[in-house]
Design a protein around this ligand. Structure first.
Ligand SMILES: O=P(O)(O)O[C@H]1O[C@H](CO)[C@@H](O)[C@H]1O
Ligand SMILES: O=c1cc[nH]c(=O)[nH]1
Length: 258
């Protein structure tokens, strides 16, 4: 492959060099959210910005930990995971927002993904569609333990990943609406918890490269509750998700000391 690092090891898209990022990384879609997540680290400092990738680094339990944005969707997330792998990162936790699907998932609830529906395009360039996108078991357990400790409302289950945000919210306006609505109803019937856009890429690239991955998501609102005439309050306070993910990462770091 062509060496895009120009020999210095600086990764072509994320703009990071060896030593600038910890082996433990929080990923989130929105670049504007990175500083707020990094505020939960010890001694956080800004590292760099390139394209949609903003990075801060600090530490937790004495180990270097970074926070980086991925931008929206599978393509930019897969690139982020590949380039972090080049830099020796091994544990990646996504913190993102989602829309509830299962009617028990309310605005403000957290969803820990136990798997992701691969209704996006990126992962189909990695492995045939029959292969499941799953996170690392230990990361999922650490996220659940942290959610219990934080006393937040949480759900564990499958999330749906797609490429078109408006295909989720306005499928009836799409020329291919029948197929979209048919799939959505099948996922609902299987108890899918929520819809978002990056976990499938994170899990599949992580599985392909031997990394530990996991996702914890904050439900903004639930369109299925609205459709059924149930209360559907929106919630935009992401701090409980940040605190839960930080606690989980700390525990994963401490577990490695034994
Ligand atoms: O809040 P983030 O991490 O961006 O995640 C969700 O929000 C975006 C859509 O609004 C998509 O990226 C989706 O996955
Ligand atoms: O409804 C939502 C909310 C966040 N992210 C999504 O992909 N969908």
């Amino acid at each position: 492959m062509i060496d895009y690092t120009e020999g210095a090891g600086c990764q072509y898209h994320i703009g990071l060099k060896p030593g600038e990022v910890g082996p433990y990384v929080f990923l989130t879609g929105d670049p504007g959210r990175v500083k707020d997540i990094a505020a939960g680290l010890d001694e956080p400092h800004y590292v760099t910005t390139n394209r949609e990738y903003v990075t801060w680094t600090g530490s937790l339990a004495g180990k270097p930990v970074s926070v980086m944005s991925t931008g929206i969707g599978g393509p930019s997330t897969a690139i982020a995971v590949e380039e972090l792998f080049h830099l020796g990162c091994h544990t990646l936790i996504r913190l993102g927002t989602c829309g509830g699907m299962d009617q028990d998932v309310k605005g403000g609830d957290l969803v820990i993904a136990s798997g992701a529906v691969r209704m996006e395009g990126t992962t189909q360039e990695y492995v045939p569609i029959e292969y499941p996108a799953v996170p690392d078991h230990h990361v999922v357990c650490a996220l659940e333990q942290a959610a219990v400790q934080m006393q937040v409302r949480y759900h564990i289950g499958v999330v749906q990943c797609k490429d078109a945000f408006y295909g989720q919210h306005e499928p009836e306006k799409m020329p291919g609406s029948a197929a979209l609505i048919g799939k959505w109803n099948a996922y609902l019937a299987m108890g899918t918890k929520a819809s978002e856009m990056e976990s499938a890429a994170l899990f599949i690239v992580g599985q392909a490269r031997g990394l530990r991955t996991g996702s914890i998501l904050h439900c903004i609102a639930n369109q299925e509750r609205a459709r059924r005439g149930l209360p559907n309050d929106q919630d935009h306070d992401l701090q409980p998700m940040f605190d839960t993910a930080i606690l989980a990462m700390k525990q994963l770091i401490k577990n490695e000391e034994h």
